[in-house]
Design a protein around this ligand. Structure first.
Ligand SMILES: [Zn+2]
Length: 444
């Protein structure tokens, strides 16, 4: 089955759409079969926790869930399932293993009323979220395979599935894991290292609220954190914050700066030895949201070799109250404008895609779920991007960045005296130190 064309429906897919877009659809689909579309951020694992009690037995991902109401899900229906991933030509996905700094979906599912998740809980919940991704790859081995290193991605993508049930791509989906907030390591570099071994390939330094050692763009209630508070406004703790960044460089985990404060972006760029990513962010020049990336950071991204993966959530694309043609919300056209902006400021090697499906409610029109990526490819073809440029935007750029992080990790590990294994800790240790045992002895 093919997606409806302009001739099949009276409904305009998005403002500014015209039939000329569809003359590019065959070309777009062809490009999606040749190069993996690797999306930087998808929150399906959190939906499995919140809406299905973490039980894969309660969710059949082989079924198309379009428009099917799901209890407990604030956007009512899932954005992600296997038939729609196939239609969308998805070849690789960073699955987010997010747990909140406080609250849950609508602040009522997890740790209700507790302001901050304690370190041990944060680590335990993150392990469970990672397990959700591992189990998904076990249950659907024909569809998903967990990536260990950058070289796996193209190999997995080119492995054709035995059967295709969605009428789209027949490629397997290379699956990677991203942690969405420094609070999830519970202040422990030991946990960080073990998460890498379980497949985590990026960590966002903060979510809303932050871990205490890096400043976020937004407070825990989503309001703007105007002035960074850490290290006299530097935005990154000079000891533990720097230790996290350095240890991530050393083990080969990508640093994600989506959600962090503008100043923290700069300070992290001063410290890191490896390219950074924004796994799901747009540009602040076109949308004045503190979560988006300012031009002065995009300029540095070019020098750093990193990547801004464009998010599709309306509020980060065109603002909450943006109105077009009497309809509120962003469209696919503004998403393409953000791609243009990153290309203009940083260059074609520094842009990617990070939709944030199942991580928010209102998406840009024309990009409502994971089946819609080829429509964006159409729009970019219409704007004159060629196949080579699109191959980079869709996936080759992020493969390059991950590979570079692996190279830098190898280099640092070969110099153990210059770059020793990080032993710093943030906050209370999770175990009793010798000092704590001694203190107890004296008290008793
Ligand atoms: Zn996010």
């Amino acid at each position: 089955m093919d997606p409806p064309t302009a001739n099949d429906t009276n409904e305009e897919p998005y403002p500014g759409h015209d039939e000329t877009n569809y003359k590019y659809m065959d070309m777009a689909k062809e490009i999606h079969t040749k190069y993996p579309l690797i999306d930087g951020h998808n929150d399906l694992p959190y939906a499995v926790r919140c809406c299905f009690d973490m039980k894969w037995s309660q969710l059949n991902l082989e079924k198309n869930h379009t428009g099917m109401k799901v209890d407990g899900c604030p956007w009512e229906a899932l954005h992600t399932d296997i038939p729609r991933l196939q239609q969308g030509g998805v070849g690789g996905q960073f699955w987010s293993v997010y747990i909140p700094t406080a609250g849950g979906y609508n602040n009522n599912n997890i740790q209700d009323g507790v302001p901050v998740v304690d370190p041990a809980t944060a680590i335990a919940f993150t392990l469970e979220q990672i397990d959700i991704v591992h189990r998904m790859c076990e249950i659907y081995p024909n569809q998903f395979e967990l990536v260990d290193k950058a070289d796996d991605i193209l190999r997995i993508f080119h492995e054709k599935k035995n059967n295709s049930n969605g009428g789209g791509n027949n490629n397997k989906i290379a699956s990677l894991i991203g942690i969405e907030g420094g609070h999830q390591i519970g202040g422990s570099l030991r946990a960080l290292r073990m998460f890498y071994k379980l497949g985590v390939r990026y960590m966002t330094l903060t979510h809303n609220g932050g871990p205490g050692w890096a400043d976020p763009a937004c407070n825990i209630d989503g309001s703007w954190l105007k002035t960074p508070t850490i290290e006299n406004g530097a935005g990154l703790d000079a000891e533990f914050g720097v230790a996290v960044v350095t240890e991530m460089n050393r083990i080969g985990m990508m640093i994600d700066l989506s959600h962090v404060h503008h100043q923290t972006m700069h300070t992290t760029l001063d410290v890191t030895m490896a390219p950074v990513i924004f796994s799901h962010s747009s540009t602040r020049a076109l949308c004045r949201h503190p979560r988006d990336v300012p031009d002065d950071v995009l300029v540095r991204l070019k020098q750093n070799g990193g990547l801004c993966m464009i998010v599709f959530l309306s509020k980060f694309v065109a603002g909450e109250f943006w109105v077009a043609g009497g309809k509120v919300g962003a469209t696919i056209l503004e998403v393409a404008d953000h791609v243009d902006r990153v290309v203009e400021i940083a260059g074609i090697d520094h842009v990617g895609i990070g939709g944030d499906y199942d991580g928010g409610d209102v998406f840009a029109r024309g990009l409502e779920d994971v089946s819609k990526y080829p429509s964006l490819t159409c729009e970019l073809l219409k704007r004159g991007y060629n196949e080579e440029q699109l191959s980079k935007i869709l996936g080759l750029n992020i493969i390059r960045v991950l590979k570079k992080c692996e190279d830098i990790s190898r280099e640092m590990k070969s110099q153990p005296i210059k770059y020793p294994i990080g032993e710093a800790h943030w906050g209370d240790e999770l175990y009793e130190t010798n000092k704590m045992k001694e203190d107890k002895l004296f008290k008793n």
